[in-house]
Write a protein that binds this ligand. Structure first.
Ligand code: SF4
Length: 143
């Protein structure tokens, strides 16, 4: 699988978020709530101030989606730490840039080995953990 968030993000480089969000009205929110499948712009509409009066129907819709996709289960994920380089400074996080801890980014080979070990242990769902650092980031990650 080839993931590239930056490519997806680049699609919105010239998008006027302020203008879009400012133009969303109540009818737009009601239309989105009735849709079977939501587009990216539909989701964005739900972040507008016009959606504030629809928090309860939004919560019910989200709950229905969760139940239909996952049922009444609790899914546990095994974290796989890929890189702890980060330029940010979130107080609660050990990856923050002021932390003097040693830094490491796994190679593709190391990631593959770690995944195989976790698979052999019976883990089926992995949560890939990265810091945010463009110079060493895993922008395109093959697994
Ligand atoms: S890894 Fe995430 S949470 Fe941690 S400092 Fe970087 S941006 Fe913040």
């Amino acid at each position: 699988m080839n993931l590239s968030f930056s490519k997806e993000l680049a699609r919105f480089n010239n998008f006027d978020f302020q203008s879009f969000l400012g133009n969303v009205n109540r009818k737009d929110i009601e239309r989105v709530l009735l849709k079977e499948s939501l587009s990216e712009l539909d989701f964005l509409s739900l972040l507008s101030s016009s959606a504030l009066d629809y928090l309860e129907p939004l919560a019910q819709r989200a709950n229905n989606c969760t139940l239909s996709n996952f049922g009444r289960v609790i899914l546990l994920y095994t974290p796989l730490y890929i890189s702890n380089y980060c330029v940010n400074d979130c107080e609660y996080c050990g990856f923050h840039s002021r932390n003097v801890a040693s830094r490491k980014k796994l190679t593709t080979q190391e990631v593959r080995q770690q995944v195989e070990i976790l698979e052999d242990m019976g883990h089926k769902r992995l949560l890939l953990e990265f810091g945010e650092e463009s110079q060493r980031a895993c922008r395109q990650f093959l697994i």
